[in-house]
Design a protein around this ligand. Structure first.
Ligand SMILES: Nc1ncnc2c1ncn2[C@@H]1O[C@H](COP(=O)(O)OP(=O)(O)O)[C@@H](O)[C@H]1O
Ligand SMILES: [Mg+2]
Length: 219
């Protein structure tokens, strides 16, 4: 069982999107539980819109303390993904989640104002716990090829933080998914959706490769 926290104290970087879509991608081959400890309940609303098509088990509205007891669950999961709040007032909630996590996915969007809160989350909350972590670039502009390279370079050389090779581009299908009650595993693969499906599938493969014991240590 591998507990993955999706965390960044900056709001709007894609934590909820990634918790749900990565949960869907991993559920193709693994047993997955998605847990929401955010008072905003975004995943709860999204999950409700899915009706009975949700491809993973889901626990909304959770007190983060339940995470410490996840290993006692009757049902065994391969991955437990935890969507976390992005506000500073909720720092204690995030800390409780991180105490129970094995690794952390840190979403980041290519906006200068998102950088400082992201680096602060890593240096103050993630690194002191010795947690494996990697930044996942999100909302990359597919029509601007230099944007991805610039941000990957900044992460590698200026800020010196680990990152995923995979990244998520900005797609309307991704933004519409919660209201349409869709996930990458429940939509038809067509011109509107194929980019979003491809991107999150790559992230899922990278997460699974890193989590496999034989391959650990690279994050
Ligand atoms: N790759 C993407 N393409 C398009 N829209 C996205 C993408 N990722 C996130 N969004 C949108 O950006 C907004 C913030 O994302 P969200 O997952 O709610 O962030 P957080 O949980 O970190 O606050 C939402 O409206 C969401 O639909
Ligand atoms: Mg959210």
């Amino acid at each position: 069982m591998h507990v993955i926290a999706i965390a960044n104290q900056k709001g709007g970087v894609g934590k909820t999107t990634i918790a749900m879509q990565l949960g869907a991608a991993l559920s193709r081959r693994h047993r997955v539980l998605v847990v929401d400890v955010d008072r905003q309940r975004s995943t709860v609303w999204w999950a409700e819109n899915m009706r009975d098509t949700l491809p993973f088990d889901f626990a909304g509205d959770q007190n983060p303390r339940v995470l410490g007891r996840l290993r006692e669950l009757q049902v065994e999961y391969d991955y437990i993904l935890v969507d976390t709040p992005g506000s500073l007032e909720d720092t204690p909630v995030l800390e409780t989640v991180l105490d129970a996590a094995d690794t952390v996915v840190v979403p980041l969007i290519p906006e200068p104002l998102a950088v400082e809160p992201t680096m602060r989350t890593i240096s103050r909350l993630i690194e002191p716990r010795g947690l494996r972590h990697a930044v996942l670039l999100n909302r990359i502009d597919a029509r601007n090829p230099s944007q991805l390279r610039t941000w990957q370079d900044l992460l590698d050389t200026v800020w010196g933080v680990p990152r995923f090779d995979a990244y998520l581009r900005q797609y309307k299908a991704q933004a519409d998914a919660p209201i349409l009650g869709q996930l990458v595993t429940t939509v038809h693969d067509n011109r509107r959706t194929s980019g979003a499906i491809y991107d999150i599938t790559r992230v899922g493969l990278e997460v699974a490769a890193q989590a496999a014991p034989a391959l650990t240590g690279r994050w």
